[in-house]
Design a protein around this ligand. Structure first.
Ligand SMILES: CC(C)(COP(=O)(O)OP(=O)(O)OC[C@H]1O[C@@H](n2cnc3c(N)ncnc32)[C@H](O)[C@@H]1OP(=O)(O)O)[C@@H](O)C(=O)NCCC(=O)NCCSC(=O)/C=C/c1ccc(O)cc1
Length: 447
């Protein structure tokens, strides 16, 4: 039998009025009752308690009245109850994309041109979506394509329109998928690394989605590609604090407005790598302890969240760096990043699975599709079968690296293919600056 969830092991006692009896019932119900005597001692605070029943292990469960100031909050595992994704309208096949890059860099020297072509072929990406076309930028915001020219204001202005459009579409889809009332969303968290606004996306979404004006909101910028998994972890922790919490997490990236040109001295070929691998997309999730409002296709939430884990890999802080400059985001991805992610992922996943009786082969892997060599190294270092990263690979192949939104696309696809995958658990993995590894263990309840 799987152990009790990390989120159910320590029952919390928060405000006032509940009986120990309800705690004991819950503990019996969810199987987390391991040491009921200790719970009652802690709760009853010297007040009389009476025997209620026994746990499976024979230990006694008692009931009594919890003194004023302490109430047990009934906990169910937080769940992903709704998901939504969005891409912008312009689809580029990578062979066309390399032609466009060459055109946009109209002084592109032959060495750089052939590098572009090579990187496009090696990227593992067949196509991706962009909010703005190279022609549009070329004609309307020429500074964006001029190496080192101030252009941050233009980039952020484009982000404001295009990012909001996508964020709103993904969030709307997630809200519909969840099925509850918009006014019941208690928390809103938005993430983006390609744009920064004030009022930020969270405030704008509150208005455009018609969320309550009392919604507790956060907007986090420049966290990086693991922000989707961080969002899931943060939402789970918020959801756990109160069964009434409903958390909307929205990740949006408009990488196409952060395109960087190659410098005349060709010292910044790295810009070609980022230009090639990043695609535009948004992903949104509604997280909470499920109530009666869930009206998804199956009438159930999609995934239960059972464990969250974070790890910062020592001596890796230079592997992913992104500077905000007057000419936009200046990103550097070290060439040994894929290897470092690969060798550290196995031990990290071991900690995520520990105690659940799960192995690498018994879970779906929703690994961040950060780039082909990253997935190759994870597959190789963890000894995975070729099909295990197939969904991450297909998201990369068809949409590129959409940063934190990517994991929502991968989870959506896992849900779609659910029955055929025939596994009861999924791990969502994010890789970001640090190098930070982020992981969430999910129980699949979609089938
Ligand atoms: C398509 C690439 C570029 C090449 O494919 P390959 O299989 O490695 O091929 P090669 O090893 O033959 O390399 C081909 C050429 O590319 C060069 N190259 C090989 N990686 C590189 C390289 N990172 N640079 C710059 N040249 C290179 C390599 O040196 C070589 O050049 P040359 O010697 O002239 O043949 C591939 O390496 C690749 O996809 N790399 C990018 C993977 C990657 O780092 N993904 C990002 C994951 S993390 C993330 O998503 C978070 C982002 C983030 C976002 C926002 C934030 O605010 C914060 C964070």
């Amino acid at each position: 039998m799987a152990p009790a969830s990390d989120f159910l092991e320590n029952e919390s006692i928060e405000s006032a009025g509940a009986t120990v009896e309800s705690l004991a019932n819950l503990a019996l119900h969810n199987g987390s009752c391991k040491d009921p005597g200790a719970m009652v001692t802690e709760l009853s605070n010297g007040l009389p308690v009476k025997k209620l029943g026994s746990c499976a292990d024979g230990a006694e469960v008692s009931s009594g009245y919890v003194p004023y100031g302490i109430t047990m909050v009934e906990r169910k595992p937080p769940c992903i109850m709704g998901m939504g994704t969005a891409n912008p309208p312009h689809l580029y096949r990578m062979e066309d994309f390399s032609a466009l890059v060459k055109m946009a860099n109209f002084n592109c020297p032959p060495e750089a041109a052939s590098f572009v072509e090579r990187i496009c072929k090696l990227s593992g990406i067949k196509q991706k979506y962009t909010a703005v076309t190279a022609n549009f930028i070329h004609d309307n915001f020429p500074n964006i394509y001029k190496f080192g020219e101030p252009s941050l204001d233009d980039r952020f202005a484009l982000f404001a329109t295009e990012g909001m459009r996508m964020a709103e579409r993904a969030a709307t889809e997630a809200l519909q998928d969840w099925g509850g009332k918009r006014g019941d969303i208690t928390h809103l968290i938005t993430y983006s690394s390609t744009g920064m606004l004030s009022p930020a996306i969270d405030l704008r979404l509150q208005q455009s989605l018609g969320l309550a004006s009392t919604v507790k909101h956060h907007s986090v910028s420049f966290l990086g590609c693991h922000a989707g998994v961080i969002g899931l972890r943060t939402a789970a922790e918020i959801a756990l604090a109160d069964a009434r919490h409903r958390v909307l997490v929205v990740c949006v990236e408009v990488a196409s407005v952060q395109a960087q040109n190659i410098d005349p001295g060709l010292t910044r070929l790295n810009n070609i790598v980022t230009l090639t691998i990043f695609g535009d997309g948004a992903g949104a999730m509604v997280v909470g302890q499920p109530g009666d409002e869930v009206r998804s296709m199956t009438g159930r939430p999609w995934f239960e969240i059972h464990r969250c884990r974070s790890k910062i890999v020592p001596e890796s802080s230079n592997c992913i760096t992104v500077n905000l400059t007057q000419h936009g985001l200046d990103a550097n991805l070290e060439k040994d990043l894929p290897k470092k992610v690969g060798v550290n992922t196995g031990p990290f996943v071991d900690g995520l699975l520990e105690g659940f009786g799960l192995e690498y082969g018994s879970v779906n892997w929703a690994a961040h599709p950060g780039g082909k060599p990253i997935l190759d190294m994870v597959e190789k270092c963890c000894g995975l079968a070729p099909d295990q990263l197939q969904i991450s690979r297909s998201v990369l192949e068809n949409k590129g690296n959409m940063g934190p939104a990517s994991v929502v696309f991968v989870l959506e696809e896992i849900r779609k293919q659910g029955k055929n995958l025939n596994r009861d658990w999924t791990i969502a993995l994010g890789f970001g600056p640090g190098i930070s590894l982020e992981g969430v263990l999910l129980r699949n309840i979609y089938h």
